[in-house]
Write a protein that binds this ligand. Sequence first.
Ligand code: ZN
Length: 306
Amino acid sequence: MHNNRRQFTRSALLATAGGMLLPPSLWAQAISYKVKKGDTLGKIATDLNTSIRELKRANNLSSDLIQVGQKLTIPTGNDTNLAGFSPIAMSNYIVVKGDTLGKIAQRHAISIRELKAANNLSRDLILVGQNLRIPRSAVRQTAPTEDLMAKVRAGTASIKVQRDKWQRIVVHHSAIKYGNVEKYDAAHRLRGMQNGLAYHFLIGNGIDAGDGEVEIGPRWQKQQAGGHVKNHLINQTAIGICLIGNFEKTHPSKKQLAAFTQLMDWLQGVALGRKVNFAGHRELKGEQTVCPGKHFPLALMHARYD
Ligand SMILES: [Zn+2]
């Protein structure tokens, strides 16, 4: 009895999940990953939430042999569908009599340009019975892809970013589930840090700051060096982003990861105007820490930011 029910639940869940999943060919984006020393297909598959079989299929590999420096395409499935990566989901639509691109676009809340791009159409001509791919409209995307940077853009509009100063971005977890800029700023001052909060940005988890809320630290406001790593030299040139939470024990929320990728994109694309080195705290030489915790998807972020 018990068994039966479990089986039923399991297949019901699978059915639901299957209904939401699209075949890999319909994901508009895939993540690219560069093979590092010590990597195996198995390790990469585990780190990036995929399987060896999927990896081999996505890269047309006939054996398990990979080489350092080799670029792999990482199929993006349900679990890798993190906010910032959000592969564009597509649905299908069959053209009926009376349809125009304009009507179809309007009905799906997308632009004619988006519709044409998704279908490689160079002209406005469509035919009855023609199968069109409909990219999911940005306005209908779920919560994690909402704009979490509005406050940051407004709050930093008057800051003159010292673009040459910043050479890398280091991600941290706070290792406790409580906190926000105000609380950590006070705590770091008590620890003798005159400039207060050691990080430049904090990303809240819904307890003391909003879930996915990006808070700007006073050091970013003043373009001051951070105090977030042990190495003094690195602190001079590294922007510190800290997600609130202990990711040795829990996972960052979807909104936190969305906020992180949006902040990374904004920092590199707008504030600094260039790509800089990206690292998890523990990856820096001599830091002896588990930060940002085993549940922070560091490999996935490297796939995006390296
Ligand atoms: Zn750290």
